[in-house]
Design a binder for this molecule. Structure first.
Ligand code: AMP
Length: 283
């Protein structure tokens, strides 16, 4: 595996590989890799010739009171894990390599960026779209891989790709979970033993929603109330949001029907965790 931290060197190398008409996949990450990330990389390796994984804790997608400084980082560990799943190139730039001091341009996907996580994290998705656009422009991959764990991010990136005419296929991978159901996340590292147990309440609430829908319940507000009441039984949990929305535009719905997304963000102690469930429901 080759490791680059300079854009120009990476570009030169990728240009050479392109001459062999190789297909190129990009897997953008913030590092501290877990099986969720590695599943994206493995899938990319199955589908394409060359897999580039980027490791960059992107400062512009963190709010001023969020965990940018504390975010777990371990490049050596990431390099070894990525090598094992066949990643060909790792791009791990310093912040100064990516952001010039006098940048004036950001990428915004309106309205979708105000819903769900966007409502609690103003500016977050502008930061995400800007870094992903930069990576797309630097590498011009054929495919880019994203996890459904960040369902809103996937929707926003797909819209950005359409709106800005990026010639890149967005491939998505289902949520990878720990054995007990907790969605894998680099932020799970923050959880102490008690919090780790409490964090299961996110998945439990999604399972409850699924069960209610399977038993015929179609009232979205009632399902949300049941989820909220279950989460509130957990002392260490504090809800940021629980929402049931249309997959296509993230608008809240009253009646469960069609392609829906049940999404939630919950603080477990100081750690904000997200999870979601996508369902196709008949009336
Ligand atoms: P991050 O490093 O958290 O920015 O995540 C990088 C990519 O990995 C994003 O596309 C995430 O959606 C994806 N990802 C993170 N956790 C998981 C997971 N548990 N299952 C599937 N994909 C994930």
């Amino acid at each position: 595996m080759k490791i680059f931290n300079k854009i120009s060197e990476l570009r030169d190398y990728v240009k050479e590989r392109r001459k062999e008409s190789k297909s190129i996949a990009l897997v953008p990450t913030m590092g501290y890799l877990h099986q969720g990330h590695l599943t994206l990389m493995k899938k990319a390796k199955e589908d394409t010739d060359i897999v580039i994984a980027s490791i960059f804790v992107n400062p512009t997608q963190f709010g001023p009171t969020e965990d940018y400084e504390a975010y777990p980082r371990d490049l050596e560990r990431d390099v070894n894990l990525a090598k094992e799943v066949g990643v060909d190139i790792m791009f791990a730039p310093e912040t100064e390599e990516i952001y010039l001091k006098d940048e004036l341009t950001t990428v915004t996907v309106d309205s979708l960026n105000e819903r769900l996580c966007g409502a609690s994290r103003p500016g977050h998705f502008d930061g995400v779209c800007t870094i992903v656009s930069k990576l797309f422009n630097i590498l011009n991959p054929d495919q880019a891989y994203f996890g459904q764990k960040d369902a809103q991010q996937v929707l926003i990136i797909k819209k950005m790709v359409d709106d800005l005419n990026f010639d890149i296929e967005i491939v998505t991978v289902p949520i990878v979970r720990e054995e007990d159901g907790l969605a894998m996340s680099s932020r799970n590292k923050y959880l102490n033993k008690e919090e780790r147990k409490a964090a299961l309440v996110l998945y439990s609430s999604l399972k409850l929603a699924k069960k209610l829908i399977a038993s015929g319940e179609r009232n979205a507000n009632l399902i949300k109330e049941e989820m909220i009441s279950l989460i509130n039984q957990e002392d260490l949990a504090e809800i940021d949001y629980v929402k049931i929305v249309k997959q296509s535009n993230l608008e809240e719905i009253n009646e469960i029907e069609g392609q829906i997304l049940i999404a939630l963000a919950v603080y477990i102690g100081q750690t904000r965790l997200i999870d979601n469930l996508m369902l196709e429901v008949e009336k």
